[in-house]
Design a protein around this ligand. Structure first.
Ligand code: NAD
Length: 454
């Protein structure tokens, strides 16, 4: 069997590497228009940071895994074509700021149609609005050339930072297909690939629309939990309750569970906000305003949390940060990735620069992306790979990514290197606040009473 994936990004690359590693007899080709990315994959040096990814890629590279920029030329020999191109939020025209921008998606459908000479199974891997598979099928069948296409939805649930573990041990694999004999056969063929390593009872088959909606719903509900605990964190700060204690007590209820109940500066990443806005757009399209408003609230609380965090920094530092050096520890949207899309750190840095602070960003994996993201701010932001140098002469440091190595830094030495009074704003509740306070820091966690010497 020959499998092609169009799109070699955070999803396409790792997913295909795992399929190739698990199925040595399946020939896997990953095609992308971004020549730089393709070159990096081909060299066995993934263009994205993901624990364990490089090893998996190298297991299969040159055996049954290859990368190419020849999208059109790879289509003909493939039996199954995964489409994993980006589907960002639209920034123009109807639905701007809400709907998915489907231009890359449609361009891919047309390329497949133009170059396919034999029947294909086309698999939506990208996250798409409900009923996109239907539109895809319409485009693919718009030119009667004797080729027939089955379109399946197979959304990806991996989380960046744990992508390889998630792909090797998925909670479930979801396959949506047409309810017909033909649709069932296509679903069985795709399920057969996953069944090489995923237990059969974790492979779910649904209709196409349930599958498309399930992906949006899963992300919306995960984000909703983050916004719920973050909303409570503000109430904790006002009432002297401790959000970690509340989260623990709430999470021990089996009906609720402990995951995704960590208060923080807010969620980021390329998916949560985009997918919720997509859901909101769909609800509005169907005239379901109350449902749209409910989900929009999740995004609004997240924005509020980021604003609140930045505002608290300025308020705590005597209502001015003009000319003060502030070290930002972590720019990735979460630990164990270099991805900075929609990272709260981006927002916070911009707010601090607006307040005329001198910002120094450090991050173990995301510094190149940070430089690109903040390029328009010019000299107002500096970038420093070594956290110990980033804090040199700083009035404050803010933890914006929960990188484990930040727990192990020598905070006594950091305190000595900083200006005094020294402030710590822990946007991830990562550090030992009592210990920092005892060293001399004024400590501002999320959802807990600050520990201040002032
Ligand atoms: N990143 C995640 O954690 C995650 C998780 C689950 C689902 N998803 C979804 O998966 C999809 C892809 O996300 P991503 O994070 O991998 O995006 P990405 O931007 O990292 O990768 C997309 C790739 O597609 C390529 N591309 C775009 N148009 C193309 C074309 N016409 N032909 C060939 N290649 C083309 C781009 O060059 C890019 O390399 C999105 O729909 C996203 O919502 C992402």
């Amino acid at each position: 069997m020959r499998v092609l994936c169009i799109g070699a990004g955070y999803v396409g690359g790792p997913t295909m590497a795992v399929i190739a590693a698990k199925c040595p007899d399946v020939d896997v080709v990953v095609a992308d228009i971004d020549a730089g990315r393709v070159r990096a994959w081909q060299a066995g040096e993934p263009p994205i940071y993901e624990p364990g990814l490089r090893e998996v890629v190298r297991t299969a590279l040159g055996r049954n895994l290859s990368f190419t920029t020849d999208v059109a030329g790879s289509i003909e020999t493939a039996d199954v074509i995964f489409v994993s191109v980006n589907t960002p939020t639209k920034t123009f025209g109807e639905g701007a700021g809400r709907a998915s921008d489907l231009q890359y998606w449609e361009a891919t459908a047309r390329t497949i149609l133009a170059h396919a000479k034999t029947d294909k199974i086309v698999v939506e891997k990208s996250t798409l609005p409900v009923r996109t598979a239907e539109a895809m099928a319409r485009i693919l069948h718009s030119k009667p050339n004797g080729v027939s296409f089955d379109v399946l939805s197979n959304p990806e649930f991996l989380a960046e930072g744990s992508a390889i573990r998630d792909l090797e041990h998925p909670d479930r694999v979801l396959i949506g297909g047409e309810v017909s004999e033909r649709g069932r056969r296509a679903m069985d063929l795709l399920a057969g690939i996953y069944a090489r390593w995923v237990p059969e009872d974790r492979i779910l088959r649904t209709n196409v629309w349930s599958s498309e909606l399930s992906k949006l719903a899963a992300n919306a509900m995960l984000a909703q939990r983050v916004s719920s605990i973050n909303a409570l964190s503000e109430l904790c700060e006002a009432t002297e309750a401790d959000v970690a204690e509340v989260a623990r007590a709430v999470g021990m209820d089996r009906r609720i569970g402990p995951e995704f109940l960590r208060a923080s500066v807010g969620f980021g990443g390329s998916c949560f906000k985009k997918d919720i806005l997509n859901l909101v757009y769909l609800c509005e399209h169907f005239g379901l305003q109350a449902v749209a408003d409910y989900w929009l609230g999740v995004v609004r609380i997240n924005e509020h949390q980021q604003q609140r965090f930045a505002r608290n920094i300025v308020a705590a530092m005597f209502n001015t940060v003009v000319g003060k050096r502030i070290a930002v520890l972590g720019f990735a949207f979460k630990a164990d990735t270099g991805d900075t899309r929609e990272s709260p750190a981006n927002f916070v840095c911009r707010r601090l620069v607006e307040e005329r602070a001198r910002v120094v960003v450090t991050d173990p994996q995301a510094l190149d992306n940070a430089r690109r993201d903040l390029a328009d701010l010019g000299d107002a932001v500096a970038f420093e790979p070594d956290p110990m140098r980033a804090v040199e002469g700083a009035h404050a440091f803010a933890v914006l990514t929960e990188w484990a190595p930040y727990r192990a830094l020598d905070y006594r030495a950091i305190y000595r290197r900083m200006e005094h009074p020294a402030f710590c704003f822990d946007g991830r509740n990562l550090l030992d606040h009592r210990a920092l306070f005892e060293i001399g820091f004024n400590v501002y966690p999320v959802g807990k009473v600050p520990l201040s010497h002032l």
